[in-house]
Ligand binder design. Structure first.
Ligand SMILES: NC(=O)c1ccc[n+]([C@@H]2O[C@H](COP(=O)([O-])OP(=O)(O)OC[C@H]3O[C@@H](n4cnc5c(N)ncnc54)[C@H](O)[C@@H]3O)[C@@H](O)[C@H]2O)c1
Length: 274
């Protein structure tokens, strides 16, 4: 067996995203903002996408509403090519209207990503910000399968047919469950070009939308969060997103990394009594 020539690999010198061009959606706040900042620190260029303006940590900003098909199409046409990674971080909380939750967190994200594939360099990395809220995907498979080709125009009908409202945060939970499954389904879709897709699933993170979760889930949120020593912070999540965008992770495909201070292990332990 040959010795690994680590010295020939750029990332061992620290700038693990050197010269990479990364699209960060949701770059104006919270996890997306911190990720944009870290991408720059690690040597990359940031093309930010958000509905809100920001001047922080982006080399170029594209204002766009990711809940709207026509806007996404125009955005993709306007974006440059030769992109090395997409961090799909934009999202809305469970207190937003249920159809908007599905449009931004799922349908828009999928549409944007699929349209971007021709603009990606070979070996590009796509990272989807899912959530611990997607943990229960095995219990929602029927609706998830039915949502596979869900179009923007059909979201309201789909939600009616599958009894998905934002009661108890269901629309949000469903959006993340379906995103985790979509990520797994695409483990090899663009394998011939080396393009990979993975997900990162945080537990509760201190950003402007944390209060929305607590409001929606009430006592359940308090109880869930009380088992942990602290909520996450954007700087717990951004390094993992950047790692997934880097050349260190070519063999991560269709994975869903739980980043929750141990909460998912805690749930498993309670479920399986070990
Ligand atoms: N905060 C948490 O507890 C938590 C936990 C797990 C997963 N997440 C996920 O992390 C991601 C980032 O959330 P955050 O906590 O940083 O929230 P945030 O509200 O701080 O940031 C979300 C960003 O997305 C943008 N955005 C929302 N709707 C958009 C639209 N239609 N078009 C374009 N941009 C839009 C917002 O303007 C904002 O800049 C979301 O996908 C969220 O579901 C958050």
């Amino acid at each position: 067996m040959q010795d690994t020539d680590w010295a020939s690999r750029d990332w061992t010198y620290g700038k693990i995203l050197r010269d990479k061009v990364i699209v960060v959606t949701g770059c104006s706040s919270g996890i997306g903002r911190d990720t944009a900042k870290l991408v720059k620190q690690l040597g990359g260029d940031v093309i930010g996408v958000d509905r809100n303006k920001t001047e922080d940590y982006v080399d170029e900003l594209y204002l766009a509403d990711l809940s709207d098909r026509r806007t996404i199409k125009a955005l993709v046409n306007a974006l440059p090519g030769r992109i090395d990674g997409i961090a799909n971080i934009a999202g809305v909380p469970p207190t937003a209207p249920a159809d908007l939750v599905l449009k931004v967190n799922l349908v828009g994200l999928k549409y944007f990503t699929e349209m971007m594939i021709p603009k990606l360099n070979d070996n590009a990395s796509i990272v989807n910000l899912a959530s611990l809220a997607g943990f229960g995907w095995p219990n929602a498979l029927e609706a998830i399968k039915a949502s596979e080709h869900l179009a923007f125009e059909d979201v309201e009908r789909f939600m009616h047919d599958h009894k998905i409202s934002n009661e108890g945060g269901r629309s949000y939970f469903f959006s993340k469950e379906a995103l985790v499954v979509w990520t797994m389904k695409n483990r090899w879709t663009w394998r011939d070009r080396g393009i990979r897709m993975n997900a990162v699933s945080p537990g509760p993170v201190e950003t402007p939308i944390l209060a929305d979760f607590v409001k929606t889930l009430g006592a359940r949120a308090e109880e869930d969060m009380s088992v942990n020593d602290r909520p996450g912070r954007p700087d717990d999540i951004a390094p993992v997103v950047c790692f997934m965008l880097s050349d260190m992770t070519h063999w991560f495909r269709g994975a869903n990394l739980m980043l929750d201070g141990g909460m998912s292990s805690h749930i498993y332990q309670n479920m399986h009594q070990f």
